[in-house]
Design a protein. Structure first.
Lengths: 518, 160
């Protein structure tokens, strides 16, 4: 019988040499005349083990990693095609603690299937949600999503069902579904992983969203920094179209839905929904004032659902298993699961999907295993460049939208960057301002000018120029930006700056002038 | 138009083909600009008026869009483009040192091209490879856990 070997095609696995490993495996199969085939799957999200090679055996899939091209020959010598032992053998994939302890709903197929096999997709429960949706009225679909408690996974946490209801109720001859795949926050890669590892779930989620709201056209706006995701999504859309999942008759129904993949052009601010819409229309990615809401006047002035990749990718499982099933996970008003991305200076970096409610400390210390350098964790930034820095003292904060807000932070897109004790928090605060200055769309003054003044003020503190006065000035500036900016870029840049200043005051203290050597 | 096309050294004809192929899209501007840059390596100044007239926009509007986005170039890059991630997760793993080393190896700063035209060095804010930082991209190929050795190999590869 043909043995199946899995070598991920996820960009992070490629960045760690997966293509070379796949070639080495193919060469061994050829040289040894073996009956085996290689499937390029998505990533399981355990990046310290990538490239993670798996072999399908009678007992289940056995994992080996991290595999270097030079290890391949010895793997074959050890008989890894039958799942036998080797120094790199990790046992059954599903029993690896990092995976076993997760609740994979949105990512249930990622790393398991061939991302571009619609057959695999169907075999692992794909399209069931869409089939159920096709038998329901739009209002019932919207109600199901609303009842599930799903909130926008892009960061704002707005209830997805309510957004859909607004679009459903808006009368128009043409409505749109826009999938926001401009995942620009550092420490986030969930969107990338799902687009590369299970693209059909995004397509299915968008089709359901279209049927629920009466939109017949969808766009996925993917950042240009993700060429692999763009290529996979383009291919997946073509396959879905050929198979009748997309097109004038979705799965043979009377509903029509089709979609296109669009590439961004390297502007962080285009992750903001109104800026994204302008960019999609072919304009400068300038933020629009709200109202009008995009749900009423979005793409080309027509009613538009703008949802994050994760929100849309969570819809199929909600439709398949029901609102109550999804809602039963989580805590407070944060329902369901969240794919937490653990990154930066961390021993076990990767994607961990779990119900809301784990404490930050559990995530960083237990799941992430502390720092990669082995030094103490000094700070973690949660929510990307606009998210707050948390010190160890706040590691009891549960992973929940409201709990983070109560501590002047945000979950954002659920990315966590870990820093060891060598990090200089004043430098990080300066970087937050610098990033805002580089990426500001320029429409509103607090963001455009404030960020530049922020960099200058941080520089003065660094140089020891009137530090107390300049710290007060920086805090005042943050206040202006927070309340005076049009969107989250200027409005949230104060989070990393103020949290760095408040939680790590020692890094903002004047540095004694160093004596010149000799 | 003809004079402009000849002055543009043949950009005109091919550009018009690209524009006319894509102008039916809803919001055709970015797809057109990407296609133009894929074709010529940058957005030639001479092409802006062509896009403007085909899309019924002013030249200033086209210029405004081109200059808004980091991706679009006004000049050709080197034969290879090396992008180093400068965002937080990579910073936490020493990307600043990697950047210093790259500047030193190439003898250029960010946004510059080596004198032999081989490599353009650019910053990028996140490649989504944050759990295997520091990250880099050489042309379309991605690299994780970039250290001195990986960097030297990338530079050697680009210089070849």
């Amino acid at each position: 019988m043909t043995v199946t070997i899995f070598v991920p095609r996820d960009a992070a696995a490629l960045a760690l040499g997966a293509d070379k490993v796949a070639r080495a495996i193919a060469a061994q199969i050829e040289a040894r005349g073996l009956d085996a085939r290689i499937v390029r799957n998505g990533s399981r999200g355990m990046f310290w083990l990538e490239p993670l090679v798996e072999v399908r055996t009678e007992q289940g899939r056995v994992a080996y990693g991290p595999v270097k091209p030079g290890d391949v020959e010895s793997l074959f010598d050890a008989g890894f095609l039958s799942g036998s032992g080797h120094a790199l053998c990790l046992g059954l994939t599903k029993e690896i603690p990092f995976l076993r302890q997760q609740t994979r709903l949105t990512f249930s197929r990622c790393g398991v299937t061939d991302p571009l096999s619609l057959e695999d997709y169907r075999h692992y429960e794909g399209l069931k949600g869409l089939q159920k949706a096709l038998a329901m009225t739009p209002l019932d679909i919207v109600k199901e999503v609303t009842d599930s408690g799903l909130r926008g996974r892009g960061g704002a946490g707005f209830p997805t069902g309510i957004k859909w209801k607004t679009v459903l109720d808006a009368p128009a001859s043409q409505k749109y579904i826009v999938c926001n795949a401009d995942e620009g926050d550092s420490a986030t890669f969930a969107d990338r992983m799902i687009m590369e590892g299970d693209p059909f779930v995004v397509i299915e989620g968008m089709a359901i969203s279209g049927i629920a709201t009466g939109a017949t056209k969808g766009y996925v706006y993917i950042r240009s920094e993700y060429p692999h995701a763009i290529a996979t999504m383009i291919e997946a859309v073509e396959i879905a179209r050929k198979a009748g999942v997309l097109g004038p008759s979705v799965l043979g129904s009377q509903h029509s839905f089709d979609m296109e993949i669009r590439a961004g052009a390297g502007a962080y601010v285009c992750g903001e929904e109104t800026s994204l819409l302008n960019s999609l229309e072919g304009k400068r990615g300038i933020v629009r004032a709200k109202p009008p809401l995009p749900a009423l006047e979005g793409f080309l002035g027509r009613p538009t659902v703008v949802n994050n990749v994760m929100s849309l990718a969570s819809v199929p499982v909600i439709m398949d298993r029901g609102a109550a099933f999804y809602r039963d996970f989580g805590m407070g008003r944060s329902r369901g699961t969240i794919p937490i991305q653990i990154a930066g200076n961390v021993k076990q970096g990767g994607l961990y999907e779990t119900a809301f409610g784990l404490s930050l400390g559990e995530i960083v210390d237990h799941i992430g295993g502390g720092t990669a350098t082995g030094r103490p964790v000094k700070a973690v930034q949660v929510g990307g460049p606009l998210g707050a820095y948390f010190p160890r003292a706040l590691f009891d904060t549960p992973f929940d939208y409201e709990a983070f807000a109560a501590r002047d932070g945000l979950i954002g897109h659920a990315g966590i960057t870990v820093f060891d004790d060598t990090v200089d928090m004043l430098k990080q605060a300066r970087f937050a301002m610098e990033f805002c200055a580089v990426e500001s769309c320029g429409k509103c003054t607090p963001c455009r000018i404030g960020s530049t003044r922020g960099v200058e003020t941080a520089d003065k503190i660094m140089a020891g120029i009137e530090p107390e006065k300049n710290k007060a000035l920086l805090a005042d500036l943050c206040n202006t930006m927070k309340f005076g900016s049009l969107c989250a870029l200027g409005g949230f840049t104060p989070y990393p700056v103020m949290s760095a200043m408040n939680h790590f005051p020692e890094d903002f203290a004047p540095v004694p002038v160093r004596e010149a050597a000799e | 138009m003809n004079m402009r096309m000849s002055a543009a050294g043949g950009f005109g004809e091919r550009s018009l083909e690209i524009i006319r192929e894509l102008k039916h899209l809803e919001g055709p501007m970015l797809p057109i600009l990407h296609a133009i840059q894929d074709e010529f390596g940058y957005i030639p100044e001479e092409v802006k008026p062509l896009i403007a007239s085909e899309l019924n926009l002013s030249r200033a509007e086209v210029h405004g869009v081109v200059t808004f986005y980091h991706d679009f170039r006004s000049h050709s890059a080197g034969r290879h483009v090396l992008k180093l991630c400068r965002a937080e997760a990579c910073q936490a793993m020493g990307s600043d040192q990697v950047a210093d080393r790259a500047r030193q190896l190439l003898g250029i700063d960010f946004h510059q091209t080596t004198l032999d035209g081989a490599v353009t060095l650019e910053p990028v804010f996140c490649l989504g490879l944050c759990a295997c930082a520091p990250a880099a991209m050489l042309d379309g190929d991605v690299y994780g856990r970039v250290d001195d050795q990986v960097l030297s190999e990338m530079v050697a590869e680009a210089r070849r």
